[in-house]
Design a protein around this ligand. Structure first.
Ligand SMILES: C[S@@+](CC[C@H](N)C(=O)[O-])C[C@H]1O[C@@H](n2cnc3c(N)ncnc32)[C@H](O)[C@@H]1O
Length: 207
């Protein structure tokens, strides 16, 4: 289904960070803007969970120095709802790795990356192991994926392996209750819960 332009309005992620459809005027308060054509880039930041996750990302961006953010892994990236916001937030210096089990999701990611000239976006097809080197990732996004994983413990183990010491796992899953999220992600001792947003849970990698 192709949605009409009237269904997409500018979305404030923070008071100064906006996602604005390409045919809209940029709001005066916007300091950081992502221009999107939602017909191409599925996932416009309009879903409440997505908005909360983007808000968390925007906060990280303002806190992190470029040297702290070299590589971000979006595990279970889906159709690329976070790709353009991530690219805008991390700039050209950090690599964005989008992983999904579904080849069509990754094809979509590559199309969006090509259309927007994102040379720093890579894709991995997998249902569990990332195949990445130890400690090469600064931030992992695990959004709305965990509830459906066949091997959740194995995925958490591999995410712990690829995160650098002090690396961050940003978690959201609107199919799960908060107490289950906190218990299951922390259970193995690999991750420590450090902060909560309205829909996001931040875990630090334990050594
Ligand atoms: C509900 S979508 C969430 C997409 C995206 N993270 C978001 O929040 O918009 C779940 C995604 O996880 C992917 N997925 C499911 N099981 C997976 C697995 N074992 N490994 C990697 N990706 C998986 C699905 O193909 C789908 O794209």
């Amino acid at each position: 289904m192709r949605l009409t332009q009237s269904q997409f309005e500018p979305v404030a992620i923070t008071p100064t960070f906006w996602i604005v459809p390409s045919w809209h005027e940029v709001p005066a308060s916007a300091r950081q803007v992502i221009r999107l054509d939602p017909g191409l880039a599925f996932g416009t930041g309009t879903h409440p969970t997505t908005r909360m996750c983007l808000r968390w990302l925007a906060t990280q961006h303002t806190q992190a120095q470029p040297a702290d953010l070299n590589r971000v892994l979006d595990y279970g990236c889906g159709s690329g709802g976070y790709l353009l916001p991530l690219a805008r937030l991390v700039g050209g210096y950090a690599e964005i790795i989008a992983l999904d089990v579904h080849p069509l999701a990754l094809r979509r990611i590559r199309r969006i990356a090509a259309a927007h000239g994102l040379a720093n976006a890579k894709t991995i097809q997998s249902d569990c192991a990332t195949g990445l080197p130890n400690g090469c990732i600064d931030v992992v996004l695990l959004y709305d994926v965990f509830h459906g994983l066949a091997e959740p413990e194995a995925v958490l183990k591999d995410l712990h392996r690829v995160l650098r010491p002090g690396g961050i796992l940003s978690f959201s899953d609107h199919y799960m209750r908060e107490r289950d999220i906190l218990a299951r992600v922390s259970a193995s001792g690999r991750f420590r819960h450090v902060a909560r947003g309205r829909k996001t849970y931040t875990f630090a990698r334990e050594d």
